[in-house]
Design a protein around this ligand. Structure first.
Ligand SMILES: Cc1cc2nc3c(=O)[nH]c(=O)nc-3n(C[C@H](O)[C@H](O)[C@H](O)COP(=O)(O)OP(=O)(O)OC[C@H]3O[C@@H](n4cnc5c(N)ncnc54)[C@H](O)[C@@H]3O)c2cc1C
Length: 424
C-alpha cells in the first residue's frame, strides 16, 4: 500500500491536511496523505456539535483580531484564501453553506461529515491516496537532504522517503481524535521552538456548588468580567452557560485563554456576571423601585421571576438570605441594594479549568517566527511545511480556528504544488 518514496507527504488528515493534499496536487508529483486514525478528520466530524462552524462572515481586520497578536501572521495566508473563497470552494465541491447568527457559516445539511466526504472524493478524483492507521513516529532528513519518515503501518514499522513534507497533525486538544502533539516532536527534531502549550477555548471550574445548582442554565446578553486582586482584567458580552462544575459557552470559552494563563501563574481569579448589562446601577435601582411600588403586595420571589431565569431564583434567595414570601413593600433599601449588586456583579471564584480532553483548541505550538507566512515553509528546514493547529495560532469561537487551518493548509499545499524540488 505504501510506496518507498513520494515527492510529497502530508502528515495528518484534518482540515489543514485534507486541504493541503488537494492543493498540493501536481501531475508530476507523487503525493500521499498519512493519517494516524482509522478515519479522516475525526475532529472536523465533531466540530460545531457535528454541524461544523466552517468560517465567519467577518471582515479581514476584525477576523485577524480574533487571534490576538498572532493574527498578524495570518494576514498573508488569509489574503490568499479567506472566508468567501472557502465558501465558493466548498460549494464547488458539492457542499453548499448557510449563514447563521453571529456571522457563522455551516453546511446547509448541518452535517460536518459532508465536508470530510467531499474532500475524500476530491482526493480520490485526483488519485491522491490517503493511508489510514499510519501514524508517523519519526521524521528526519538523511545525508541527501531527503526526508525519512518512520511509520507504524499494518502492524509493522516502515520507513519511507519524501522530497517535501507538510506537518498538519494538529495540537493537543481532544486527544481521542488523534491529536496528541506528535507534530511538535517532529518539528523540534529540526530545531523548531514549541511555545508553551495550554488548553484553550475550555470550560472553567468554579468554587462551591453554585454552578451545580443552576447547571444547564444558559444566559444570553450578559457581560462577564475577569478580576484578580480587585482589578478588572477584561470583560466580554454575549452568551454563557452553567455546567455541573463551572461555566462554559461562547464568552467563557473566549475568556478561557486569559483565565487559564492567570491560573497557571497562580493568580487569584474570579469572574463577575452582569445579568443586566443594559442597565447601569442607577437605572437598575429605578427599575427595582418601580417594580416594588407597582406590585407592593406581591412577594419577593415573584419579583425575582421578572428578573431571572426560573432556575436561578432559589439560588438568589439563598445567597441574598431574604425571605422569599416577604411582600415587596417590606423589602428594605439595604436588601434592594444587595439584590442590585448580585444582579450586576454575580461573583464566581475560578479554581481551575478542564483538561485538553475538553478543550476546543490548543494555545501555543510551533513558533511563528520560524515559519515563512508567504509559503508556510519552515525557516529552519527546507521543504518542510507546517499548517493548521500545530502552529502557534489559536482564535476565538465562531469559525475562526477552522478558517486558520483551511487557509494555512491551502497556502502550504499551493507552495508544495509549485515547489520545483530542484535538489532531486
Ligand atoms: C469539539 C470541537 C468542536 C470544534 N468546533 C469548531 C467549529 O465549529 N469551528 C471552528 O472553527 N473550529 C472548531 N474546532 C476547532 C477545529 O476543529 C480545529 O482547530 C481544527 O480541526 C484543527 O485542524 P488541523 O487540521 O490543524 O488539525 P486536526 O483537525 O486536529 O487534525 C490533525 C490530524 O492529524 C492526525 N495526526 C496526528 N498525529 C499524527 C501522526 N503522528 N501521524 C499521522 N497523523 C497524525 C490526527 O489524527 C488528525 O486527524 C472544534 C474543536 C473541537 C475539539
Amino acid at each position: 500500500m505504501l510506496e518507498t518514496h513520494y515527492n510529497t507527504v502530508i502528515i495528518g488528515a484534518g482540515p489543514a491536511g485534507l486541504m493541503a493534499a488537494v492543493e498540493a496536487y501536481n501531475p508530476d508529483h507523487s503525493i500521499v496523505l498519512l493519517e494516524k486514525m482509522h478515519k479522516t478528520g475525526m475532529k472536523l466530524r465533531i466540530s460545531g456539535k457535528g454541524r461544523c462552524n466552517i468560517t465567519n462572515e467577518e471582515g479581514m481586520q476584525s477576523f485577524l483580531n480574533r487571534f490576538g497578536k498572532k493574527g498578524r501572521f495570518l494576514k498573508y495566508p488569509f489574503a490568499q484564501f479567506f472566508n468567501h473563497d472557502l465558501l465558493k470552494y466548498l460549494n464547488e465541491m458539492g457542499v453548499p453553506t448557510k449563514l447563521e447568527r453571529g456571522g457563522r457559516y455551516f453546511p446547509q445539511s448541518d452535517r460536518a461529515t459532508d465536508i470530510v466526504v467531499a474532500f475524500e472524493e476530491k482526493l480520490k478524483a485526483l488519485k491522491i491516496p490517503i493511508v489510514m492507521q499510519a501514524p508517523v513516529t519519526g521524521l528526519q532528513k538523511n545525508k541527501e537532504n531527503r526526508f525519512v519518515l518512520q511509520i507504524n503501518h499494518a502492524g509493522k514499522s516502515v520507513q519511507i522517503q519524501a522530497d517535501q513534507v507538510c506537518i498538519t497533525s494538529g495540537g493537543l486538544s481532544y486527544p481521542a481524535t488523534g491529536c496528541t502533539g506528535d507534530g511538535y516532536l517532529m518539528a523540534q527534531s529540526f530545531g523548531h521552538t514549541i511555545t508553551d502549550t495550554a488548553p484553550s477555548l475550555v470550560p472553567v471550574l468554579t468554587a462551591g456548588d453554585t454552578a451545580k445548582r443552576v447547571q444547564g442554565v444558559s444566559l444570553r446578553n450578559v457581560s462577564v468580567s475577569v478580576w484578580s486582586e480587585n482589578k478588572k482584567v477584561t470583560e466580554m458580552f454575549g452568551e454563557m452557560m452553567f455546567t455541573r462544575k463551572g461555566v462554559t459557552g461562547p464568552i467563557i470559552l473566549t475568556l478561557s485563554e486569559t483565565l487559564v494563563s492567570m491560573l497557571d501563574n497562580k493568580k487569584d481569579v474570579h469572574i463577575k456576571i452582569d445579568l443586566k448589562p443594559a442597565l447601569d446601577h442607577k437605572k437598575l435601582d429605578q427599575r427595582l423601585l418601580r417594580e416594588i411600588s407597582e406590585h407592593s403586595k406581591q412577594n419577593f420571589k415573584n419579583m425575582l421571576k421578572t428578573l431571572l431565569p426560573r432556575k436561578m431564583i432559589d439560588l438568589f434567595v439563598d445567597i441574598l438570605n431574604i425571605d422569599p414570601d416577604k411582600q415587596l413593600h417590606q423589602v428594605t433599601g439595604e436588601e434592594r441594594k444587595r439584590l442590585r449588586m448580585l444582579l450586576k456583579e454575580f461573583p464566581m471564584q475560578v479554581i481551575g479549568h478542564d483538561s485538553y480532553d475538553h478543550a476546543i483548541v490548543t494555545s501555543g505550538g510551533i513558533s511563528l517566527r520560524e515559519i515563512n507566512p508567504t509559503t508556510m515553509e519552515s525557516k529552519l528546514a527546507s521543504n518542510l511545511f507546517l499548517a493548521g493547529e500545530v502552529i502557534d495560532v489559536n482564535g476565538e469561537t465562531g469559525g475562526y480556528n477552522l478558517t486558520s487551518s483551511w487557509s494555512t493548509g491551502f497556502l502550504a499545499g499551493r507552495s508544495m504544488r509549485n515547489n520545483e524540488l530542484k535538489e532531486f
